[in-house]
Design a protein. Structure first.
Ligand code: PGA
Length: 257
């Protein structure tokens, strides 16, 4: 079985002082855990370097929440993959539903971002997930299937192995509603099957599929116990060190390599 992978997405939250305090608490909290779970945090762009300095000799990966699809140039206000790599990021979230809905990111842009991220040896965390009306009208697999086929377009098996996929039903993000473990597991199986059909069983078994959407210290254990769930992408609960460390500790109990 794979090591579970827990990532905190801090979104557009925290002052610099609060972010540093949180990072220090995570660093100390992680010191008590064996190396049986992978953990990452994704602070705001402008805190990445400070948080990297706090966490650099810990086992916590640093990721960004987004990046631009071009490598460099006249793109005022954007941040490139090269910049992220340069300041110590190992991961980058791509295609989060807030990017898709608020900032109109398309599957084709997301596909380009994944390719650019990979060209800098950043490990993309590709987010997919359906909206409530799509679930209610029975379109979950069609929507997630398209996000995968267009998002992974043109990638080789070796590239796909570097990805983490996060299944985040949009209706569960920040709403306090989680998918039931069964609902989540069904979509995780669909995602793995889709990857298998395109890239073969070996790749499908090697990538980790996280669940995201109102994961907290009360529901994490049950979600993470599902056979197809290899970790969690945690928003709100990752801003509180105790909650996040409890989720990590639940994951550590369930993980074995
Ligand atoms: P949430 O966010 O845990 O606050 O629902 C998850 C996410 O958006 O990644």
């Amino acid at each position: 079985m794979k090591k579970l992978f827990i990532v905190g997405n801090w979104k557009m939250n925290l002052t610099l002082d609060e972010a540093k305090i949180l990072a220090n608490k995570l660093r100390h909290g992680m010191a008590n855990l064996n190396n049986v779970v992978d953990v990452g945090v994704c602070p705001s762009f402008i805190y990445l370097r400070d948080i990297y300095e706090i966490l650099q000799d810990s086992r916590i990966y640093i990721g960004a929440q987004n990046m631009y699809l071009e490598k460099s140039g006249a793109f005022t206000g954007e941040v490139s993959g090269a910049m992220l790599k340069d300041i110590g990021c190992t991961h980058v979230i791509i295609g989060h539903s807030e990017r898709r809905t608020i900032f109109q990111e398309t599957n084709s842009m997301i596909n380009s971002k994944i390719k650019t991220a990979l060209s800098y040896e950043l490990n993309p965390i590709l987010c997919v997930g359906e909206k409530l009306d799509e679930r209610e009208s029975g379109k979950t697999e069609a929507v997630v299937g398209l996000q995968l086929s267009e998002g992974l377009n043109g990638l080789t098996s070796e590239q796909v192995r570097r990805l983490t996929i996060a299944y985040e039903p949009v209706w569960a993000i920040g709403t306090g509603k989680t998918a039931t473990p069964k609902q989540a597991n069904e979509v995780h199986s669909f995602i793995r099957k889709t990857v298998e059909n395109r890239y073969g069983d070996d790749v499908a078994q090697s990538i980790r599929i996280q669940y995201g959407g109102s994961v907290n210290s009360r529901n994490a254990k049950e979600l993470l116990s599902q056979s197809g769930i290899d970790g969690a992408l945690v928003g709100g609960a990752s801003l509180d060190s105790e909650s996040f460390l409890e989720i990590v500790s639940d994951a550590a109990k369930l993980s074995y390599t």
